[in-house]
Design a protein around this ligand. Structure first.
Ligand code: CP3
Length: 368
């Protein structure tokens, strides 16, 4: 970003496949674009080999490693977008918290936030360029190395999801420690959510300045909230993020589509479709036709095959994809899974998923 806050374009290779960006804006495309959450992941043997013996967050801090891991799935499958290899938990780290990736356990905070006084441990003013510049450098490098093949998606965790990790100290079934804050310390909760929102806005703008062509906000823990808590502790911040990022980009004459993925937040679908995001990502528990009805053509939709459907034989995957694409329709639709790929999934079946999306959507477009 330049000194006056304007975002400067870099000399990137020309984009050759803009299907994903057009679908995000609701424009017509010759086929439905497709990518997968966690497409850079442990289901790929080359990913496991590259990651072997190296600490997870050390990998995240190496632009070269992030670039290589981002590009790996593109060498195998004709995905229509790439997502930068990184993690949502780099933000709590930027705020001064220690986060480790423990094998067999997942992300772990040795000293999670326990009481509101612990907020004082967090860095009050984060220098985003200094703390997270390594992500920006990974994005710029990858945007060059991707050679315009497909657009590059940047991402962040949403405030509530990050807050829940910071208090739980890791994964949780009930999220009761984090939810205790919402009921017992609502003011401190809002203070933390606001603090995270401010960093996220700057972080996303930095990603665009570095070369990200779309942005996804992961509210992975939305489903643990009920509709009332969602409206108070998640939705306002999701909206604030999109509005502030969009306003700033507009000043710079830029337009970058934004995707919100609030997992398991059925009750929030109508609100999410009126929250300044161009695309609403869906988990697999929502029926495509009813999602279309409830969002009333206001946004493009992304999702939502049950990741476990990839355990089916290939012919069955094709049938499931066909029904899904028919349900969403081919316009304003980006095919994806309803959540990330799991490590034990067969890369061949991922290929079958991608191919089925392209094939069925092309046929449907021909017929119409
Ligand atoms: O391909 C991609 O999707 C891009 C990279 C990406 C990763 N994490 C890499 C990763 C993205 C977009 C994320 C986001 C992320 N990280 C989320 C939001 C999406 C979601 O799943 O709901 C969350 C909740 C996290 C936190 C996190 N990081 C978890 C729960 C785990 C899994 C821990 C485990 O052991 O299963 C991680 C680790 C992680 N992040 C891996 C990858 C590829 C696997 C670990 C490894 O490579 O060693």
């Amino acid at each position: 970003m330049s000194k006056d806050g304007l975002i400067l374009p870099k000399d990137f290779p020309q984009l050759l496949n803009d299907t994903f960006l057009r679908a995000a804006r609701g424009e017509e495309t010759e086929h439905v674009p497709v990518w997968c959450m966690r497409q850079a992941g442990r289901y790929l043997p080359e990913f496991r080999e590259s990651r072997a013996g190296r600490d997870f967050f050390e990998t995240c801090r190496s632009p070269e490693a992030c670039c290589e891991l981002t590009l790996q799935p593109l060498r195998r499958f004709p995905f229509d977008a790439a997502i930068i290899f990184s993690d949502i938990l780099v933000i709590p780290q930027a705020l001064g918290m220690d986060v480790q990736m423990v094998q067999g356990k997942g992300p772990t905070f040795p000293e999670p936030l326990k009481e509101p006084e612990d907020l004082q441990r967090l860095q009050a003013k984060v220098d985003v360029e200094k703390e997270l510049g390594y992500v920006f450098r990974a994005i710029t490098l990858t945007r060059h190395k991707i050679e315009g093949k497909v657009p590059l998606i940047g991402f962040t965790g949403a405030p509530w999801t990050l807050m829940s990790y910071m208090i739980e100290g890791g994964g949780s079934n009930t999220h009761s420690k984090a939810k205790r804050w919402l009921y017992r310390h609502p003011e401190a909760s809002h203070m933390l959510l606001k603090m995270l929102t401010d960093v996220i806005v700057e972080y996303l703008l930095g990603q665009v300045a570095a070369g990200a062509q779309a942005l996804q906000v992961f509210e992975s823990h939305a489903g643990i909230l009920g509709p009332v808590e969602f409206k108070e502790f998640s939705l306002p911040y999701l909206r604030d993020i999109a509005r502030r990022v969009k306003d700033k980009l507009k000043e710079a004459g830029q337009d970058v589509p934004m995707i919100v993925f609030a997992k398991d937040a059925h009750y929030g679908l109508e609100d999410l479709s009126q929250s300044y995001y161009e695309v609403v990502g869906l988990d697999w528990t929502i029926d495509p036709r009813s999602a279309r009805e409830r969002t009333g053509g206001k946004v493009s939709l992304q999702g939502n095959m049950d990741p476990c459907a990839l355990y089916s034989p290939k012919e069955r995957i094709s049938d499931i994809v066909k029904k899904m694409v028919e349900g969403f329709g081919t316009r304003g639709y980006i095919a994806n899974l309803g959540h990330g790929l799991y490590p034990d999934m067969d890369p061949e079946n991922v290929g079958a998923f991608v191919e089925a999306v392209h094939q069925h959507s092309k046929q449907m477009n021909k017929r119409s």
